[in-house]
Design a protein around this ligand. Structure first.
Ligand SMILES: Nc1ccn([C@@H]2O[C@H](COP(=O)(O)OP(=O)(O)OP(=O)(O)O)[C@@H](O)[C@H]2O)c(=O)n1
Ligand SMILES: O=P(O)(O)OC[C@@H](O)[C@@H](O)[C@@H](O)CO
Length: 227
């Protein structure tokens, strides 16, 4: 079947803001690492054909052992100094396919519903990214002075997964390399060459970034009856 997607999961970060003295994706939540929770979400999604990982060089071997449990795990490539470089390394290492999702290893709570909505949207609209409405009022501030209040109706918090046609994502990464453009997500590279659309996701799809996020993670696991 050709019309399935491959997913690239960047897991080569340091997790500095988590202050755990190790790569945060190897921290455990109910007996499994954060990375394994994330791998499981894609292993369980019938539309996902293969999972590709970016890993730190010292963790490449350990990550390869996960392939015993997760049979979709395919390419595992060394990451770079920035998230964008890690993803580009994987993108260059995989075989061309129709659709590619990119998803942070550090977002273990992505649901089947969001994956299905993204897969439907990318087939229709070529690029689709997960997002939730902003709940707070957002202001522009210089120093301590408020310069303005943004129109909240137009503001969305962007998450991963982000889904693209393979050739579009590769072209966007190649252009970013030529232009030395560094973005904080994949869509910001694709937006420079093509329209990107959002798919409404949910507020549980958090990125585990700072220590207090681990409390939210436990609450989500409780809500789901996992602990
Ligand atoms: N050079 C990098 C940096 C980040 N990531 C991955 O990108 C995802 C999102 O990044 P972030 O939450 O910023 O993770 P870290 O970079 O690990 O965190 P920090 O910035 O606090 O060090 C994570 O799954 C992380 O492992 C990566 O593969 N390669
Ligand atoms: O800026 P950070 O390093 O926290 O995160 C980078 C990305 O992981 C992040 O932009 C996507 O998850 C979309 O929100």
């Amino acid at each position: 079947m050709t019309n399935m997607y491959d997913v690239i999961i960047p897991a080569a970060g340091m997790g500095k803001r988590m202050q755990a003295n190790k790569n945060k994706v190897l921290l455990e939540l109910s007996g499994k690492t954060i990375l394994e929770h994330t791998l499981q979400a894609f292993q369980d999604d019938n539309n996902c054909r293969a999972i590709h990982l970016a890993a730190q060089s010292e963790e490449l071997e350990m990550f390869r052992t996960f392939a015993l449990q997760y049979h979709k795990l395919d390419v595992i490539t060394e990451g770079g100094s920035e998230r964008q470089y890690s993803i580009y390394n994987v993108l260059k290492a995989i075989k061309p396919c129709e659709y590619v999702f990119v998803h942070d290893a550090a977002r273990p709570f992505v649901t089947r519903e969001t994956l299905q909505k993204l897969y439907a949207a990318v087939q229709l609209r070529k690029s689709a990214i997960a997002a939730v409405k902003v709940k707070d009022t957002i202001k522009r501030v210089h120093g301590t002075e408020v310069k303005g209040t943004l129109n909240r109706d137009e503001l969305w918090q962007i998450q991963t997964p982000q889904a693209f046609e393979y050739h579009t994502l590769l072209a966007a990464y190649e252009k970013a390399e030529r232009d030395q453009f560094l973005g904080t997500d994949d869509a910001s590279l694709v937006e420079r060459i093509e329209k990107v659309s959002i798919v409404e996701s949910d507020y549980d799809n958090i990125k585990l970034t700072t220590p207090e996020d681990m409390y939210f993670a436990e609450a989500i696991l409780k809500k789901r009856g996992i602990i």
